[in-house]
Design a protein. Structure first.
Length: 258
């Protein structure tokens, strides 16, 4: 079987990230619209976390064999710094993920209407009472756990067939403690896309917070990957061709990644 072409991989990343944002981020305004004036509860947070987790599982198995289904610049960077993904493909993947996130955010408004932007479109942000250090820590920890898990489940000696489920579950779990502080973006593309679309829709966007999210998430992705690599040094790694997207073989088949 021939390997997917670069255009196919890029299209896969656009589609996967768009699905992630539409379903995951879209669950936030959907919840707020349905709730009306009712207070936001832990049950609401659980449903939003579940939406993110389930779409990650779905895209891992649907698209992992095409592009590896990174759908997160922090994951792409982590794989690149540990040489599990070619650096020359990183810019294209990151661009595709940002485009996909923007399309997904626009689709939320197309489906839910202006009410979606009126309630903030699910944009990740933190309150003044949280502050930069706490926000940075929250996004760093959440992204670190995600990328560390991704590297673990795509390892050759990881149990076969469960990577997609494991990644979806860690996304679900990480959102629970991180969301109260920052909205739990743990994904630079997911951070930017909704912010950009909300700005176009006439909403108020705290652009000064964007660097906090992006730097924390990318740094966490790189450090998590390096730590995992050190942890398994000397252990057989996933075997891949120089042009492959490391997670793709294990993601699409019984062992996936998101």
């Amino acid at each position: 079987m021939s390997e997917p072409s670069t255009p196919q991989k890029i299209a896969s990343e656009v589609i996967g990230t768009a699905f992630l944002v539409f379903i995951g981020v879209g669950s936030v305004p959907a919840t707020l619209i349905v709730n009306g004036d009712a207070p936001f509860t832990m049950a609401d947070l659980g449903m939003i976390s579940l939406a993110f987790g389930t779409i990650v599982v779905a895209t891992v198995y649907a698209l992992g064999h095409v592009s590896g289904n990174h759908i997160n610049p922090a994951v792409t960077l982590g794989l690149a710094v540990t040489r599990k993904f070619p650096w020359r493909q990183v810019p294209a993947y990151l661009g595709a993920q940002v485009v996909g996130a923007t399309i997904g955010a626009a689709a939320i408004i197309a489906v839910l209407g202006d009410k979606a932007s009126d309630v903030g479109l699910g944009v990740a942000s933190y309150a003044d009472t949280v502050g930069v250090p706490q926000a940075f820590a929250a996004e760093f920890v959440g992204t670190f756990i995600l990328v560390f898990t991704v590297l673990g489940v795509i390892h050759r000696k990881a149990p076969a067939g469960f990577a997609g489920v494991a990644i979806g579950l860690v996304v679900f779990a990480a959102i629970i403690p991180v969301a109260p502080a920052t909205g739990a973006s743990i994904n630079p593309a997911r951070t930017f896309g909704p912010m950009f679309v909300l700005q176009l829709a006439g909403g108020t966007v705290k652009w000064e917070q964007l660097p906090v999210y992006v730097v924390a998430e990318l740094l966490a992705g790189a450090l998590a990957a390096l730590l995992y690599q050190a942890l398994v040094k000397g252990v057989d790694e996933v075997v891949e061709s120089p042009d492959s997207t490391a997670p793709a073989p294990r993601l699409a088949e019984p062992t996936s990644r998101a």
